[in-house]
Design a protein. Structure first.
Lengths: 646, 354
């Protein structure tokens, strides 16, 4: 199998020619989207200035700024954060960093709490972009992509240096640095970051009719990240990019608050390594990219209070993922027609003492897509996924076809999009094999998505307005759910779920910009009604699914004049149920959070420095996204950064 | 304009239609416990939603917040056992690691015993009584002795790994050592403790993953070994309390036992196909006389069986797929269905009050 994989990877990489000449055409600039021309941003994008205004610690904290996204934060500054999108679980969402998907081999979901934001230039929520060669095929076939573009893939003129520090409440301290240097056709970059939190924070929770106040412990975190990258520009429009990223982490797991028992003593530690190699470019009417990656993640779980014979539990997992991917796009001379073809392979393994034979999966993805600009823009994508789950007794073979299509039209300042997608997510290795919980008979989880978008943009004088309303419908079947099947402590994963989700996302943006004064308001609101249709005889039939608030949203108010600026972020999460049964005992209260920040941007020795301060949870609200995973009260953070660029 | 009003109307109906319903008013907890059922609802792990329900047998009203109503606080996480002894009610709360002691007349809280030892939660599981002492199995490999007068832990008796059920016979305490947290290398023994010295005197090998322990009218000790939920089946074994030897292993499936006079009600829930049955075992003839004594129609997830000699009724707890509020199904001693009560999450134990 390894030989087969190596052959595939070599074929893909060597299959990308290094053209000696070609008509320069910037790769990203030919990505046809509504962000071009009409100034209407229908794609959900958060750029570097907005990211830094928020003074967040990780990508997970930014996700609430997207509509359609429900954040699940398991408490604490370094706590695990996952998301669902339009009722689709984290397994339907692929996290892509600099054109490569981050491995989700073991759990099927990425912990967004472990991804720092310091070097991100652009964070984007991508639902459907069939003609792009900038995302791996596997990710394009997933339900949703969280795409990050870091400074490593940004072309610079001479050199760039950025360093800074952030510190604040609960013993948080981090330092980060980025260095990039251009030598003719060669560009090298290095980024590093280290974080440390004590993580102890006061909180309150309601126990019966009594409010209890105590301090969260075992929430400490130490981690470090580093990336080294080399870009070689053969021609202005051809680039070979190689990078290595490494990460180390060691953190306490405070877990849920358990009444009368505050003895959490579990830890999670491990390391991640990612090697990537990518060749991309364009030649005449062709745009292409080919890449290969290898990732290894080691995860250790340690419970010092575990009551087995050894007196502790230490579980160690090592997951490995190798990928290869190539995509080619042809654009007709009059730009009205585009075709894309691509193929990719993935080889995943999970090693642990738990498994006699390491779970292994070999996947092949093939994609074809076209786009036709006539009476608007019509595009369609057809994906073919072939998955071989190699098991001790047999190899399970699954093949799925994944069609999707979209039509969009723009008239003056109005835009309209209608689309349909079919996505499938494979069970993760944990869901298939983990101890008594796993179920190797699981089927893939399927989802049909239908959506429309109504957009409007207008500029009048110093004012700019953009608005979008996006109704959607999602029907999911064979949902993979964990349920207790042997007793309350022994759960099992089953394909029993079926759900419908109806909703509307609303985004409004208005900005005033004159001379040194800039003021803006962004409103993001999601209405989502997700109901359980699994079993008509069940007590939860047609009840709203757990952790699916009907209403959620954010409001961002930004004001900037000359060197000074301030921001207010209002986050609202509506009432939701902790379990699927919609009874008062399962209802979680809604909450509103206020985060206020200030910044001063100046120059020192002709280079920019920025000082920022944020007061988060201004009203000292005690809240939780997940029941009894309590979140911090009022906390402050300071950030200093200095940029040297030429 | 009409279209605009229609759209606004549709949106309003949609949003208002999704608004949650007002909760039904909760029946207050009674001032004295009589002519009713006290039900322990385990709740779900890490949800702190273990609770006690009170069912009034006169008007069939239900108070699902009995403990909270009496104490103003929650019972905690994963209640595992409920028993009455003398004038007190004992509630063993596993994940919260507490033993709650209530007044058996008023239901008021008398004591909360925090079961933490050297910073490690002991995770108490089950309780039984002998003389002035209560004995509590703790998952850290001990049986804690609680003085029922001072309501405090006075002694710890080392046993096997992760002890579960326990019962007294012939002046000895029989403790099932599950070893469940060493899965797949589970324990298979029963510890015998001499109650005159509170010392473990012997371990008897029964079968994989011992759980429930029960004593019949003749003093014979019965133990369930739960196997591995797949290739090793769940079985009932009989121990002779005189010789402290395992005398017999029965060939039928058994997951739980409840004494009903000279008989045992033997229950079993098949996790592979979600079916269950309750058989009648004659403890005098040592025979399973009626394999399907009670009809399981209407019971989704059989979770526990209680027989009350006071009312002569059989109470079956239904966990209703474990994540929805459950039911108590009441049957006559002859196994005839009488009525159902909707209680809290994962009901497991029932106490009957005159």
């Amino acid at each position: 199998m390894k030989l087969r994989l190596t052959y595939c990877l070599l074929t893909i990489l060597l299959g990308s020619p290094c053209f000696g000449q070609g008509e320069p055409k910037e790769l990203d600039s030919v990505e046809i989207s509504f962000s071009q021309g009409a100034n209407l941003q229908l794609a959900q994008t958060i750029r570097v200035a907005r990211i830094q205004r928020r003074l967040v610690n990780d990508v997970g904290q930014l996700m609430s700024l997207f509509t359609g996204v429900q954040t699940k934060s398991y408490g604490g500054l370094g706590g695990m954060k996952t998301i669902t999108f339009r009722s689709l679980g984290a397994g339907h969402i692929s996290v892509v960093s600099d054109h490569f998907a981050l491995s989700q081999t073991q759990s099927g979901q990425a912990d967004l709490g472990q991804i720092p934001v310091d070097f991100i230039n652009k964070l984007e929520l991508v639902g459907y972009n069939p003609l792009s060669v900038n995302y791996p095929i596997h990710s394009k076939l997933a339900g949703q992509i969280i795409a990050m573009e870091t400074r490593h893939v940004t072309k610079i003129d001479t050199f760039g240096i950025n360093f800074g520090t952030q510190f604040g409440s609960f013993g948080q301290f981090d330092g980060h640095a980025f260095v990039s240097r251009r030598f003719s056709k060669l560009q090298v970059a290095l980024s590093m970051k280290g974080r440390r939190f004590d993580g102890d924070y006061p909180f309150a929770y309601l126990n019966g009719q009594t409010t209890s106040r105590t301090t969260r412990t075992n929430g400490d975190l130490t981690d470090a990240f580093g990336t080294a990258s080399v870009s070689y520009f053969f021609k202005p429009m051809q680039k070979l990019y190689a990078a290595y990223s490494g990460a180390y982490y060691d953190k306490g797991l405070p877990g849920a608050v358990v009444f009368y028992n505050e003895t959490a003593n579990q830890r999670l530690f491990g390391n991640n390594h990612l090697f990537t190699l990518r060749h991309s470019g364009s030649h005449k009417q062709l745009i292409y990219s080919s890449g290969a990656s290898f990732q290894q993640s080691e995860l250790n779980y340690l419970d010092s209070n575990y009551l087995n014979a050894a007196g502790y539990l230490h579980s160690r997992f090592i997951s490995q993922e190798s990928t290869g991917n190539t995509q080619w796009r042809y654009l007709s001379p009059n730009d009205s027609l585009s075709f894309l073809l691509g193929a990719g392979v993935r080889y995943e393994q999970l090693f642990s003492e738990t498994f006699d034979t390491p779970p292994t999966r070999f996947s092949t993805d093939i994609i074809s897509a076209f786009e036709w600009i006539w009476k608007g823009t019509f595009s369609a994508q057809l994906g073919l996924q072939d998955i071989q789950d190699i098991r001790p007794a047999q190899t399970k073979h699954t093949t799925v076809l994944l069609p999707s299509g979209e039509w969009k039209i723009r008239h003056k300042n109005f835009s309209f999009i209608a689309g349909y997608r079919y996505t499938v997510r494979q069970p993760s290795f944990n869901e298939l094999y983990y101890n008594q919980v796993g179920n190797d008979k699981l089927l893939p989880e399927k989802a049909h998505l239908a959506y429309t978008t109504f957009g409007y943009s207008h500029e009048f004088g110093e004012w700019r307005y953009q608005g979008a309303v996006q109704p959607f419908y999602v029907h999911a079947t064979d949902k993979i759910l964990a349920i207790p099947t042997k007793n309350l402590f022994i759960w099992s994963i089953q394909n029993i779920g079926k759900s419908d989700a109806y909703g509307t996302e609303v985004r409004q943006f208005i900005e005033y910009h004159k001379n040194h004064l800039k003021a803006s308001v962004r409103l993001q609101y999601t209405f989502q009604y997700t109901i359980d249709l699994s079993d008509p005889a069940s007590a939860t039939y047609r009840d709203v699914l757990s952790y699916s608030p009907l209403h959620a949203g954010t409001a961002e108010l930004d004001f900037e004049i000359k060197h000074w600026g301030t921001s207010l972020l209002v986050t609202y999460q509506g009432e939701r149920y902790a379990l699927n049964q919609n009874i008062p005992a399962n209802l979680l209260e809604d909450f509103v959070l206020l985060d206020l920040s200030f910044f001063y941007r100046g120059t020192w020795r002709e280079h920019e420095f920025t000082a920022r301060m944020a007061i988060n949870n201004l009203t000292n609200n005690y809240y939780s996204y997940i029941r009894y995973f309590v979140m911090p009260g009022t906390n402050v953070a300071f950030r200093l950064s200095y940029n040297l660029e030429k | 304009m009409k279209l605009r009003y229609a759209l606004i109307g549709i949106l309003a109906v949609t949003i208002l239609g999704c608004k949650k319903k007002n909760p039904d008013p909760e029946t207050p907890a009674p001032t004295t416990l009589s002519h009713g059922l006290l039900v322990l609802n385990e709740g779900l792990f890490n949800h702190n939603n273990s609770s006690l329900s009170w069912i009034n047998q006169n008007d069939h009203s239900i108070s699902n917040s009995f403990f909270e109503g009496k104490t103003g606080r929650g019972l905690g996480d994963t209640g595992n056992d409920l028993k009455r002894y003398g004038g007190k009610i004992y509630v063993v709360v596993n994940v919260s690691s507490t033993v709650e002691i209530l007044d058996a007349v008023t239901g008021e809280s008398l004591q909360q015993i925090n079961m933490i030892h050297n910073g490690t939660p002991k995770q108490p599981r089950s309780i039984t009584f002998y003389g002035p002492k209560a004995y509590v199995t703790c998952y850290d490999g001990f049986v804690d002795v609680i003085d029922t007068l001072s309501m405090s832990v006075t002694q710890r008796i080392a046993v096997g790994n992760n002890p579960e059920g326990l019962a007294v016979s012939n002046g000895k305490l029989y403790v099932a050592n599950s070893g469940g947290l060493n899965y797949p290398d589970v324990d298979s023994t029963v510890s015998v403790i001499d109650l005159s010295t509170n010392q473990e005197i012997q371990r008897i090998t029964v079968g994989n993953n011992p759980g429930g322990v029960c004593v019949d009218s003749e003093g014979d000790v019965y133990v369930i070994s739960r196997g591995n939920y797949s290739s090793i089946p769940s079985r009932m074994h009989r121990i002779n309390p005189i010789t402290d030897t395992k005398e017999f292993t029965y060939s039928f499936d058994a997951g739980g036992m409840t004494r009903m006079n000279d008989q045992l009600l033997v229950s079993y829930y098949d996790y592979s196909n979600s079916t269950s049955h309750i058989g009648l075992f004659d403890a005098l003839t040592e025979q399973l006389t009626v394999p399907n004594y009670i009809s399981m129609s209407g019971i989704t997830t059989l979770y526990g069986v209680t027989y009350s000699p006071v009312t002569g009724k059989i109470y079956c707890t239904d966990a209703n797929t474990f994540s929805n509020t459950g039911f108590i199904h009441v049957f006559s001693q002859a196994g005839v269905f009488e009525r159902t009560y909707n209680v809290g999450l994962n009901p497991s134990k029932v106490l009957v009050f005159d």
